[in-house]
Design a protein around this ligand. Structure first.
Ligand SMILES: Cc1cc2nc3c(=O)[nH]c(=O)nc-3n(C[C@H](O)[C@H](O)[C@H](O)COP(=O)(O)OP(=O)(O)OC[C@H]3O[C@@H](n4cnc5c(N)ncnc54)[C@H](O)[C@@H]3O)c2cc1C
Length: 440
């Protein structure tokens, strides 16, 4: 199994080289140019040995998943992510190593070449990457898109896409929902897909669509019935699998958006893009309902990533305030320093409980929109507070790129806005959980 996985990975991995001088060798995570003085480099026997290894890790409360991800991440120390951030590059070697070890196929059923794990385990993978100082934002898309394809794709679609995604030959990292003129008001999207002679013709525009340049496929939400012709505004939208390489030859234009974090994200312009009819996922008109599964998975995974960030900030700040001496004593001896750190830790622990709850409900296929939103809200807030304390108590050194605090601070700040803003979570809880009058 491991050999077959490595063989299938040879072509795409050899082609996928990042701009930081790293190149993944199938089955062997690449060696970084520097070692991290804070973390030991894993020995050969600590390295993940392919997706079969993941299957063995289920029975013991995820310690083995955590250890394996930590061993892999040790090959990509702070210097690696700092350099990738500085160059605004994509962490290609890191994503390749995760793929080669089978981690990004965690949610794909075994019959299609994956590990058949749940969102709970996927969330542990994402959490650990961030806790080790990395940024799962470069590769979490495949995890949350998987929910949409697995739950609503046809057998033919699963047979076509899943084995190649599991092997690492294809990446499904993008989801196109947000539009410039409608923002969070998703049911008003204007991108249309009109059925014509066995295909759909797509016109419109999307914004902030991430990882398009490092993905082979994207799940696209478009209106197939005009808003004026549907009974409920959530009806009449459909989702499609878009082959990004084909699409860019015939109607899709991709324009990158430089931004505050090193997040590859883009504006997309569709001009008479033709999508084969068989790329429709599920039933026409039910796309909004389907994509909610993906969005809930995304919010839950991002909650776990924020938990990982939060613990990273805790590790760094507690170490620093114990060592840094000012006025003749460690700064961590002052209660004014201790209390914000303790408060952040308490909030992180509490947020983590909601994250596990959301994961559990998702994996049981139970309704979990409220928990996904609340987990994301609590975790994003906790990681932001932890980041703030970490930056503050590093004093001036927090602003030095060398300490990585400012990078992680920027990275975790994103999650107050994306994939859903804090205000919209309040609104969801007020109106959909507590039954208050609808404001929109
Ligand atoms: C780096 C990055 C990556 C992203 N990746 C993707 C992606 O891959 N795919 C994708 O589809 N989208 C993506 N997004 C889009 C993201 O999901 C949206 O930016 C987010 O949902 C907010 O939408 P908006 O930017 O249109 O803000 P708007 O909807 O314009 O809202 C702006 C602000 O106004 C406030 N607000 C709006 N309406 C209300 C209201 N009714 N009540 C109270 N307050 C309100 C909120 O505070 C909100 O933050 C990404 C965004 C970023 C920044």
């Amino acid at each position: 199994m491991e050999g077959a996985l490595s063989e299938r990975l040879i072509v795409p991995l050899a082609e996928r080289r990042d701009h930081c001088g790293y190149q993944a060798t199938p089955g062997h995570p690449p060696r970084p140019p520097h070692t991290d003085r804070h973390r030991p480099i894993a020995s050969d026997q600590d390295r993940p040995q392919g997706s079969a290894m993941i299957e063995q890790t289920l029975s013991n409360n995820f310690h083995e998943i955590r250890d394996a991800i930590r061993a892999l991440c040790a090959e990509f120390p702070d210097e690696y992510f700092r350099k990738v951030d500085e160059q605004r590059a994509y962490p290609e070697a890191f994503v390749n190593a995760l793929t080669a070890a089978g981690w990004l196929a965690a949610l794909i059923p075994q019959e299609y070449g994956g590990s058949g794990l749940g969102l709970t385990e996927a969330s542990v993978i994402m959490e650990e990457i961030n806790r080790c100082g990395g940024n799962s934002g470069a590769c979490h898309g495949q995890m949350y898109n998987m929910g949409t394809l697995l739950r609503h794709g046809s057998t033919a679609q699963k047979e076509k896409y899943l084995p190649k995604i599991a092997s690492g030959e294809w990446r499904l990292q993008s989801m196109g929902v947000t539009e410039p003129t409608t923002g969070t008001d998703t049911t008003k999207i204007k991108t249309s897909a009109v059925k014509k002679d066995g295909r759909y013709v797509v016109n419109g525009q999307k914004v902030w669509i991430s990882r398009v340049q490092h993905s082979d496929f994207m799940i696209l939400l478009a209106r197939t019935t005009p808003l004026a012709d549907v009974k409920k505004k959530s009806e009449g939208m459909s989702i499609f699998m878009v082959d990004l390489h084909e699409a860019q030859k015939k109607g899709l234009t991709v324009r990158p958006i430089p931004n505050m974090v090193n997040h590859e994200t883009n504006e997309l312009f569709f001009e008479d893009l033709e999508i084969p009819e068989e790329n429709l996922i599920g039933e026409e008109g039910k796309g909004f309902k389907y994509i909610l599964d993906g969005l809930n998975a995304e919010r839950t995974l991002i909650a776990a990533e924020c938990i990982g960030d939060g613990y990273w900030f805790m590790d760094r700040v507690t170490k620093y305030v114990k060592e840094r001496e000012v006025f003749g004593r460690p700064i961590g001896q002052n209660q004014g320093v201790q209390f914000p750190i303790a408060e952040s830790f308490i909030e992180l622990e509490a947020a983590n409980l909601m994250r596990w709850k959301a994961c559990e409900l998702f994996d049981k296929h139970e309704s979990m929109g409220a928990q996904a939103n609340m987990a994301k809200y609590l975790a994003a807030k906790a990681s932001w507070e932890a980041g703030n304390a970490c930056l503050q108590f590093h004093g001036g050194f927090g602003f030095a790129c060398e300490y990585d605090v400012e990078r992680k601070f920027r990275e975790t700040r994103l999650y107050q806005v994306a994939p859903i803003s804090t205000n919209l979570i309040y609104s969801f809880v007020a109106e959909h959980v507590l039954g208050l009058p609808r404001s929109f």
